[in-house]
Design a protein around this ligand. Sequence first.
Ligand code: CUA
Length: 370
Amino acid sequence: MRRQKRLGGLTVLVRCDPPVRRRSFVHLALLAAVIAAAVTAVAVAIPWLPVSASKERERIDLTYWLATGIAIMIFSVVAAAILYSVWRFRVHPDDDSDGPPIHGHTGLEIVWTAIPTALVTAIAIVSAIVLHDNGTVPKNALHVTVTAQQFTWVFNYRDGPGKGVDLPDLYLPKDRSVILEIGSKDVIHSFWVPEFGQKQDAVPGRINPLKITATRIGTYPVICTELCGLGHALMRRRAIVLSQADFNTASWAKSGTSAAPPPPPGGGTSGSASGKAIFVATGCNACHTLAAAGANAKVGPDLDKLPAEAKRAGQPLEQFIRTSIVDPNAYIEPGFPKGTMPTNFGTKIKKADLDTLVQYLIKSSKGGGK
Ligand code: CUA
């Protein structure tokens, strides 16, 4: 009979007078509002995301904030209900009786099934619209072929002011869609500019498209985001967004094909390139150490030790350096794998730049290192 009595007592608790129940709901709602405000402050006040620099990224952010807003709402209601129950319905320390056999509440169950269904459907609809808009190619889009290779990127313009040139950095006009056609020469890489908000795999034998409509003038990092070998962490170039006017002057494209350094954003003119500039623009610093250029990568042989390496190869220094650039597999320094260095530098670097680079390496390696 004791149990029945208890049950009766609990029934009173649940079926309390309307004013009491209303007060409970007010308490719950207040608690949920406080939690929502705290979580929203954390979400908004801390800059979790990099700055947005493309239309596609703006659309992705919209989806992100919609989902985050919904998550904050649900979290606040659930957390408030748990905290309120712990506080309001806790039992005495010496009470170890069973809880009441509750059947459930059909109305409540329908509500908590219907609301999440509606919310998830809303996210799905918004995501589908964003995916469609981000994938739609406008008629005036600019086409750029992006080629990934261990361990650098090459950008080639199929049309527009820079048509036909190979560039070590990606130049984009503001407010005009650019279609990147991304491929790879060797292994799987992945193209990522955080400020543009999208990633696309670079797969050998395939061309994967990616649309970017830049909205903010500036320089952003192009990052390889797929582990692709020893130099993966250093496989970085730059994406430079120019105003339409600066982009159309095409002064940025003049240094193309050669490995001369890119001009600064805004279209400055570059004179004849220095050896160090060619070294960096060609991406040598991604894999090699050379004190004079501030490079300290360890994928390939240490270029401060070129004289000793030339001696081991049994070649005069100048000939050794030149051959190693244009035909890297001719001699392999002990301890390094064959076939790692790209074999196309002979065609990628202009003759005059190659001479400058060779002289620069002779001078630097004799000056510093052993
Ligand atoms: Cu290319 Cu990682």
